[in-house]
Design a protein around this ligand. Structure first.
Ligand code: GL9
Length: 792
């Protein structure tokens, strides 16, 4: 038999051409073959989109090849593996990133050229995979890139939502939401694994059974849904390794409701089956801090704790303490918020109905934890009830964060300040109990996506001046730019790159909005989810103030004004009323300013609709200044700032989240900082109404309130949030120092040499904020995994 098998293997090898070839002829042939046989268009006539499809399938073949080799190698070496669970992965586009990581971008560009297509144009055909809300989800995508590049044996696990995050449509300045049918035109980057599927059970009852003198719990589920795997290969850069992001889709189970089929209720049975698929239909468009019930965020996969316990105890029949020992060793938990009210809670009624056995297990974990806690701290009932996994009250709920902390040996924050806040506020009780559990890993972003893919000109420039491309894998080398910072040649070339990127962005703005912007103006950008704590409103009020000042200036003084193009972009959660009003305010203010001929190029305001990863890739390289305005103590990290920093954009920011560490790396004098500090904020809030806002602030708020921009009634509730004593996010208090920071940015901008100097130092100081660094820290200090590099 083994002889037969051997013959078969030999025969198979005979069919193979070793690895796929990457010369121009082979690539062209591959693309054409896919156009003809996979896409089923004629190789003689196909358009840009079909070229994109043919190209992508050809890239995918190369990904699969590496993916197979990597997994065969992992299997052989059998290292400790990491399984990275997240409900959100915001991957964006795959084409450019893949060919760059595979090291064959230029070859593909050349092959396409020979076929009469342009790589950039073809790449624009791809839609975004927007399976996430914002920073938390994009962080996971960056970390997957780093895990692959650094050769870690890792798997990502998430959900394959039928619809991505909603599309933002702006109609008359109002945000409307439309479904994102991202799968409608197919997705060449995934591989459906119909055979990799697992039953996922819901509802039903838990019964007790006696087996060999022992009673065990048996869950009799009421419904079963099938989870089917879709694999997305993630290639590393400069390595053969390609790891897997496995996303699950819900499908009706074959065994589903057999009863109804037999009783003849065929049509209803079919309708019921469709319900199963809705589980992975929509990504919940959520944002923290105003949710009350079930919320999707960083603690959400924490139900996995109860599931692993269930499998070990109920299915593998381990005793509880052994099962708990294993579970608490394998899980680690990263929290991404500073907002106590945003910590996820699941109502007991809901959980008991949906997953009755899991609820029992959580109760058991809590019972044991409470006993242990009593033995340590005694009968301090206030503290016991604060730390309990079960929250009593009107709606009895499970505190998922408490469950995660109790279970995991390490709880990570995402920045230094964030850890401090976890210790002092969010998880104070737990920190006092288990100080050794609490750590932080500074978030990071991948320089592959955020410089090499999105800013190729800057990327080449950096490589040229460093004399190597190694910084793409070894980001510490970026610091080497410091030694050339005063070189006039570098400064000139640096400026040129920025200009080209600004021109590209200006073109985009004109296509979008018809607004022509001057390339000599400062491009000032704030792009991120719209949230009160992120204070886009502060930005808009600052713009109104600027407009008002210019209007009241003598003509001679106007010559000194630094022209600005203010760019704002971001989505508001569909149910977040105030955030939606901020978007509308931005539009009415823009309408007024942009149509005021008297202002001309001195000030423009542009709202970029439907902000997503690929929009960010275009906007960031083209911006001069970026704003990060969160009220200190509210942004756990903030990773947008890191992308701007790497691209040499100067930051105007509060000392919050990651900014505090950025200050340490690039120096406070290379940034424009303002606002109350983290430790001042609580005392300022205490002061309430006695904290008087400055006159300039009152004036601009009054303009909005009095209907200077129209929609007076509509903006009333927004203005009310800024009244003395109600201004929770301290816009009034921070306004004066915000304007000072803005003035400092203006003064620096008119000194181009100084500006470029600061810009180069920003990129040079951005090395610490690569996700490669974050992943190395996690690998060493949290996961305990080692690289496992597949030989070429
Ligand atoms: C967030 C934090 O708010 C950010 O400050 C942080 O940078 C990221 C990544 O750690 O996580 N937590 C969170 O829920 N979101 C974050 O961006 N929100 C969204 O993703 C919408």
């Amino acid at each position: 038999e083994s002889g037969e098998r051997k013959a078969k293997v030999e025969k198979m090898f005979g069919f193979m051409d070793a690895f796929l070839k990457n010369d121009s002829f082979s690539l062209q042939k591959d693309i054409l073959d896919h156009v003809e046989y996979t896409v089923a268009r004629s190789r003689f006539i196909f358009d840009d989109f079909e070229a994109y499809q043919g190209l992508s399938y050809s890239v995918r073949d190369r990904l699969i090849e590496r993916w197979h080799d990597t997994h065969r190698y992992f299997k052989k070496k059998d290292p400790k593996r990491l399984y990275f669970l997240s409900l959100e992965f915001l991957m964006g586009r795959s084409l450019s990133n893949s060919v760059i990581n595979l090291g064959i971008r230029d070859q593909y560009a050349d092959a396409l050229n020979q076929l009469g297509f342009e790589f950039e144009v073809v790449a624009e055909q791809e839609g975004d995979a927007a399976l996430g809300n914002g920073g938390l989800a994009r962080l996971c995508a960056c970390q997957m890139d780093s895990l692959a590049t650094l050769d870690y044996p890792a798997w990502g696990y998430g959900l394959r939502y039928q619809y991505g995050l909603f599309r933002q449509i702006i109609l008359d300045g109002f945000q409307l939401e439309e479904p994102d049918y991202w799968l409608n035109f197919g997705n060449p980057w995934e591989i459906e694994r119909v055979h990799v599927s697992y039953p996922v059970k819901f509802y039903g009852t838990v019964e007790e059974e006696g087996i060999q003198g022992q009673t065990i719990k048996v869950w009799i589920p009421g419904e079963t849904v099938e989870a089917v795997a879709y694999d997305n290969p993630i290639p590393g850069y400069g390595t053969r390794n390609a790891i897997n992001l496995r996303l699950w889709a819900a499908k009706p189970s074959d065994q589903y409701d057999m009863e109804s089929y037999n009783t003849g209720d065929y049509i209803n049975a079919i309708m019921d089956r469709q319900k199963a698929e809705t589980i992975s239909n929509v990504l919940y468009p959520d944002d923290r801090s105003y949710q009350v019930a079930l919320q999707i965020n960083d603690t959400h996969p924490s139900l996995a704790i109860a599931e692993v316990m269930r499998v070990l105890v109920d299915e593998e029949h381990l005793d509880w303490s052994r099962a708990w020992d294993i579970t608490s060793r394998v899980f680690s938990f990263t929290t991404h918020t500073v907002h106590v009210e945003a910590l996820e809670k699941i109502p007991v009624d809901l959980l008991g109905n949906l997953l009755p056995r899991h609820l029992q297990i959580i109760y058991e974990i809590n019972y044991k934890f409470m006993e242990e806690l009593k033995s340590m701290i005694g009968q301090d009932y206030d503290r016991l009830s604060r730390m309990s996994i079960v929250e009593e009250g009107a709606v009895k709920s499970i505190r998922m964060a408490n469950l995660s902390i109790v279970c995991c040996q390490i709880v990570n924050g995402v920045s230094k300040v964030h850890l401090d806040l976890l210790k002092e506020r969010v998880f104070k009780d737990f920190y006092e109990l288990w100080p050794q559990k609490f750590q932080y890993k500074t978030n990071g972003v991948t320089q592959r996506r955020w410089v090499v893919v999105s800013n190729p000109n800057l990327s080449s420039l950096i490589s040229k001046w460093l004399g190597t491309e190694s910084w793409i894998r070894n980001v510490d080398l970026l610091a080497g730019l410091r030694q050339h910072v005063s070189d006039p040649d570098l400064q000139r070339e640096w400026k040129m790159v920025k200009k080209v990127n600004k021109a590209r962005l200006a073109e985009y703005i004109e296509t979008l909005s018809g607004i022509k912007v001057s390339l000599d103006a400062m491009f000032d950008v704030q792009i991120k989810r719209i949230h009160e704590y992120k204070r886009q409103l502060l930005n808009i009020l600052g713009i109104i103030h600027r407009y008002d000042c210019i209007k009241n200036m003598e003509t001679s003084d106007r010559r000194k004004v630094v022209p600005r193009v203010c760019i704002i972009g971001g989505k508001a959660a569909p149910g977040y009323d105030i955030a939606k009003k901020i978007i509308k305010l931005c539009h009415v203010v823009a309408e007024k300013i942009n149509n005021d001929a008297d202002i001309g190029d001195l000030l423009k305001l542009v709202f970029i609709p439907d902000y997503n990863v690929s929009v960010a890739e275009l906007v960031i390289p083209g911006s001069d200044l970026s704003q990060h305005l969160s009220t200190a103590g509210h942004e756990a990290s903030g990773t947008g700032s890191m992308k701007f920093l790497m691209n040499g954009c100067l930051l105007l920011a509060t000392a919050d989240g990651a900014i505090v560490e950025i200050m340490e790396e690039v120096g406070a004098d290379n940034m424009f900082l303002f606002g109350a500090k983290v430790n001042e904020v609580p005392a300022l809030r205490e002061k309430g109404a006695s904290l008087k806002a400055p006159l300039q602030f009152l004036r601009v708020v009054r303009m909005v309130r009095d209907g200077y921009f129209g929609f007076k009634d509509y903006f009333k509730s927004l203005c009310d949030t800024l009244e003395d004593g109600k201004d929770f996010y301290l816009l009034g208090y921070d306004f004066a120092s915000y304007l000072e920071a803005q003035a400092a940015a203006d003064r620096t901008f008119v000194d181009p040499e100084k500006w470029i100097h600061m810009s180069i130092l920003s990129t040079a100081g951005s090395g610490k904020f690569s996700s490669d660094k974050t992943i190395e820290e996690y690998a060493k200090h949290t996961w305990g995994i080692e690289p496992c590099k597949c030989p070429f």
